[in-house]
Design a protein around this ligand. Structure first.
Ligand SMILES: Cc1ncc(COP(=O)(O)O)c(C=O)c1O
Length: 348
């Protein structure tokens, strides 16, 4: 994929986040004035001459390496992530984004610290693939904050956080965790799917690689698979190299749907939030009391300061879902089933 820093476009003017998701990454001048980029279905490129081909003299080189469509979504996400983002890679799913980001950091003999509240398949990847490659993983209490220092080993290379955590929704002290990790020379990765960079610009809080399952809120309509990894200047080269060497890319139609979904992210998240809070209240009323750890619920989901760092709101619908699960599945029996099988179930 192309490095967006080399594309020659001038930096965009500062805009509010909700405006930015509508305008970011757009370049109508390149598409005859049309607002959106065309969907490039592309593999082989034709170069003006053999010499140009041999010297790779072209802005785009091969479909897998990036097209104007993929570049538009990468640039849009980069703009939304803010000034600490040095580049974005698109992957075929959220899980592919997680595995690729991890692979871009670790090598045989390394140790990785992963939050106990991580999305289940993240743990499966660590136990199923990283272990086979000689990388060990241990899991830490998501509420441990700066206390994570005690979990470090001499070979700890990376810390993987997810906040709010999947299904249990603890808010991690990402800033404190990142400080400890950086002091010890480790890289910080975050699954930022729940908050999205609209509610939490993870790279501004010390995260080096911020991951999203774009399948969820960016897509927004359950009709695409998409993973994204946003990197800071310390990690972007290794990320891009890992993506390139692995031959990973995202299909053009899903990229386009991702771009289209992104444009309504702000209004959808606001509505999700309102619905989530209402569902949580209904579930609480139905069950008498709800013992959930959702941010703002008065339970130990993380400190107020930590929660306040998230722009406004987080994990909007899931917050309601979690309340339903904790209330015995009154509103969300599926979540209740999943939660009962989690190791961290004791926290409810
Ligand atoms: C928090 C989180 N991270 C990652 C993923 C994986 O995304 P995908 O289904 O696109 O692989 C999911 C999917 O549910 C998720 O909820």
């Amino acid at each position: 994929m192309n490095d967006s820093s080399q594309d020659g476009r001038s930096p965009p003017p500062a805009r509010r986040p909700a405006t930015r998701v509508v305008t970011a990454g757009r370049d109508p001048k390149s598409y005859h004035g049309f607002v959106n980029p065309p969907v490039y279905h592309a593999s082989t490129m034709l170069y003006p001459s053999a010499e140009d081909f041999l010297a790779h003299r072209a802005r785009y080189q091969y479909g897998r390496r990036g097209t104007p469509t993929t570049e538009a979504l990468e640039l849009a996400l980069q703009e939304i992530e803010g000034g600490n983002c040095a580049g974005v890679s698109l992957l075929p799913s959220g899980l592919a984004a997680i595995s690729t980001a991890l692979l871009s950091v670790v090598q045989a003999g390394d140790h990785v610290l992963v939050t106990d509240s991580a999305y289940g398949p993240t743990r499966n990847y660590c136990e199923g693939i990283l272990k086979r490659l000689g990388v060990t993983t241990s899991y830490f209490d998501p509420l441990i904050g700066g206390g994570i220092a005690e979990q470090f080993r001499p070979n700890t290379r990376a810390v993987f956080v997810e906040s709010p955590g999947s299904l249990t929704f603890e808010m991690q002290d990402v800033t404190a965790t990142a400080k400890v990790a950086h002091d010890k020379g480790a890289t910080v990765l975050m699954d930022n799917t729940w908050a999205t960079p609209l509610f939490y610009r993870a790279l501004d809080f010390g995260v080096d690689l911020s991951i999203q399952a774009g399948t969820k809120y960016i897509g927004g309509h359950s009709d695409l698979m998409l993973g994204t990894v946003s990197a800071n200047s310390a990690t972007v080269a290794s990320l891009k190299n890992t993506v390139r060497l692995s031959g990973l890319c995202e299909g053009p139609d899903d990229v386009y749907l991702g771009l289209r979904g992104l444009r309504t992210l702000a209004v959808r998240l606001d509505r999700h939030y309102a619905s989530g809070v209402r569902c949580g209240a209904l579930a609480g009323a139905a069950a008498g009391s709800v013992a959930h750890t959702a941010p703002g619920a008065g339970k130990p989901s993380g400190s107020r300061t930590v929660e306040a760092r998230f722009h406004r709101r987080f994990g909007p619908v899931q917050r309601g879902a979690q309340a339903g699960a904790a209330a015995g599945g009154v509103c969300f029996p599926r979540y209740a089933r999943i939660v009962r099988h989690r190791r961290v179930v004791g926290r409810f």
